[in-house]
Design a protein around this ligand. Structure first.
Ligand code: ZN
Length: 44
């Protein structure tokens, strides 16, 4: 009952310059911007 589920409010989104899609930037665990700050890992 006391387990906290992370919701979207904890996730910071950033728009990728490559695919123009808002993708999670924070937290780092689910970040798509581990290699570059402006382009997501999928586009690289
Ligand atoms: Zn991208």
């Amino acid at each position: 009952m006391f387990k906290k589920i992370k919701n979207d409010e904890d996730v910071e989104l950033r728009v990728c310059k490559g695919c123009d899609a808002p993708l999670p930037f924070k937290p780092e665990k689910i970040s798509y911007f581990k290699k570059r700050n402006d382009i997501c890992d999928d586009c690289l």
